[in-house]
Design a protein around this ligand. Sequence first.
Ligand code: ZN
Length: 153
Amino acid sequence: MSDSHTSVPRWPALPPTLRDLLGKIEAETEDDLRHPRPWDLASLPDELHASVWGWLAQAVAWINECYAWQPETVIPPCWREHPHLALELAVLAFGREIAHRSSGTQEPAQWHQDLHDFHSRMAAALGAIGLQECQRGIHGERPARYELERYAS
Ligand SMILES: [Zn+2]
């Protein structure tokens, strides 16, 4: 059978730097966790910034292409401007990479549940109108900005 008959595009390959890093992380022992976790965007070393964010953009596009069937499951193009989405998407994308290294189907199946949970949290966090606006390129200010300013002052 030819690949031209499939509706499933190829998962984006990890850049060599990140592939090597995952190998090193997998080889760590519990009492010697020395390598940075590329799925933790809040702790990402500068030297990994470009490779992680570049690959993540490809992974998010792939997730949309494969799994966004209903409008509410489309990850908006401004996801990088939503820290709550970017942080989750990094975990989700690397989670898929790691889940599919397992020898069975349980971890990939769990990943699909994680994706479902992500879509639910995204819809709840953005709200129906906010999600639709962001998907259509109308990224607005954070609705909680006043409350956050009061907290900070
Ligand atoms: Zn947005």
